[in-house]
Design a binder for this molecule. Structure first.
Ligand SMILES: [Zn+2]
Length: 511
């Protein structure tokens, strides 16, 4: 009896082994031989901004090889798009999903939005040396592609250590330049800065121009979280434009916004300044996310970092963000504060909001504990104006399972709210701002269009249904409406789930 059971078990094992093998052989055939895939019956938005057309699209070896009125080949695999929209995968030019790639290489936060390429090194931070980070990614890829900017904050921290509250010496800047040169050789897109954060906060424009010139010399670009998005916004904008002019470098404003009530309604004036710079011949672009709230540290409310000056806090809560518009999203000394507004916390603790903020900043900074807030102080009118500017691409600034809804919803929110509901953008124009415009602004080639010879980074989605679901109080709700996503020709997302495929590549600066 035991022998019989053993024999049956053995037989089942052998059978399942054969099945598994033949599956592998099947996969091998479709991947490595001349197998191609025809996506048929699609409404094609090619990413250029042109109107959609009906057609088919053929993928082979990770590349789009034919598009339009093409017939199926003998024995070719087919995917019926059912008349849904087919578009290039979305490129996220300001993104932090790489932080959790080791745990979540196929993050639903990003894939449910249709993101197929992320850009790191923005805000001036990533993992260095970039050459090694790229090698690790290629050893164990994510489901999406990745490119990077050379991270200024990392350079400055490495060179100056704790002694960074000052202007750097020429020698120190030269050392930062050597690190940038190494990263440029590894293929970064250019220089990324986050001048509102330590240690870059203490850099001067000469340091930034010197480094930007190094990037410019090899065809690199500049992208920046500018020095101020509130009190000193215009000086910060002027600094970026001056860097573009002096270093002869294309310059991009990260997550463009006017985050201060006193600046509300000035987006038209800002757009005029940007157009003037472009008319001068400067290649100025921007990216943005479609929310009325940002997420950062409490300390950005104090640009002078005068943490003991009560007047600075008073000014911040009167002029930058009201206590009722500040939501705590991380506060390590007391996690019970998370999800509450500063006004609610102050009321609960029976203190003035100014004193409450002061206390929270001082505790976290002295104990080096984490804190994060969302400030909902951006006007809807300005969001719409900035979005309409033809050189603004869409970004998420998101990370996996983000405490800000942008990490789960930035791209679908543009399509649902600003295309479908408000008609601020046409669908082809919105898709252009998520694909070909972004690729051009980053200097990336052969991605961002549905076109022969371009990478087969493709999404299939329902324009009538695509929707973001995360909110400021319940952010980790994945978007819906993306039916299928291919990265380099491999299916990575289907039926609201990630597949097993991890076909992401590193996109290096073209030479
Ligand atoms: Zn930023």
């Amino acid at each position: 009896m035991i022998q019989k059971i053993l024999r049956v078990t053995l037989l089942i094992s052998v059978l399942s082994l054969i099945t598994a093998c033949s599956e592998k052989i099947e996969n091998f055939k479709s991947d490595q031989t001349n197998g191609s895939l025809l996506i048929s019956n699609a409404l094609i938005y090619d990413g250029s901004g042109q109107a959609a057309f009906e057609g088919n699209l053929r993928i082979k070896n990770g590349v789009i090889v034919a598009i339009g009125d093409i017939a199926v080949l003998n024995g070719e695999k087919m995917w019926d798009a059912g008349g849904l929209a087919l578009a290039p995968g979305f490129i996220d030019p300001h993104s932090h999903f790489d932080r959790k790639f080791k745990e979540k290489p196929a993050p639903a936060s990003a894939l449910a939005q249709g993101i197929t390429t992320i850009i790191t090194g923005v805000d001036g931070y990533t993992v260095r040396p970039v050459k090694q980070m790229f090698a690790e990614f290629e050893e164990s890829p994510a489901a999406v592609n990745m490119a990077a900017f050379g991270p200024h904050n990392n350079y400055r921290a490495a060179v100056m250590g704790d002694d960074f509250h000052r202007i750097a010496t020429a020698e120190e800047i030269a050392k930062m330049g050597e690190m940038l040169t190494a990263d440029l050789a590894a293929g970064v897109l250019g220089l990324g800065t986050g001048v509102e954060y330590e240690p870059a906060l203490y850099s001067n424009i000469e340091e930034l121009i010197t480094l930007a010139k190094i990037a410019s010399q090899v065809g690199g670009r500049y992208t920046s979280h500018i020095r101020s998005e509130d009190i000193a916004f215009y000086q910060a904008l002027d600094e970026l434009i001056t860097i573009a002019r002096e270093a002869k470098i294309p310059a991009n404003i990260s997550h463009m916004k006017l985050a201060m009530a006193a600046l509300w309604g000035q987006s038209s004036k800002v757009v005029e300044l940007l157009n003037k710079a472009r008319a001068e011949g400067l290649d100025i672009t921007a990216d943005m996310y479609p929310y009325d709230g940002w997420q950062s540290t409490m300390q950005v409310l104090l640009p002078e970092r005068n943490l003991t000056d009560r007047k600075a806090y008073e000014y911040a809560l009167q002029s930058i963000a009201l206590p009722s518009t500040i939501i705590v999203t991380m506060y390590e000394p007391n996690p019970a504060y998370v999800g509450k507004t500063l006004a609610q916390i102050a009321e609960q603790e029976a203190v003035d909001p100014v004193d409450m903020l002061m206390k929270m900043v001082q505790i976290t900074s002295s104990k080096k504990m984490g804190e994060m807030i969302i400030g909902r102080n951006i006007s809807e009118q300005d969001i719409q104006n900035f979005m309409r500017w033809p050189f603004t691409s869409i970004s998420s600034d998101g990370m996996t399972d983000d405490r800000h809804p942008r990490g789960q919803g930035a791209f679908p929110r543009v399509l649902a709210r600003y295309v479908r509901e408000k008609g601020i953008l046409s669908l082809p124009e919105a898709i252009r701002k998520m694909t070909s415009l972004t690729a051009t602004s980053l200097g990336l080639e052969k991605i961002g269009l549905l076109k022969e010879g371009y990478a087969a980074d493709i999404i299939l989605f329902d324009p009538a249904r695509i929707t973001d679901h995360g909110t400021f109080t319940d952010p980790v709700q994945y978007s819906t409406g993306i039916k299928a996503t291919w990265v380099n020709g491999k299916l990575v997302w289907h039926n609201d789930k990630a597949t097993e495929n991890r076909p992401g590549r590193i996109l290096r600066r073209p030479r």
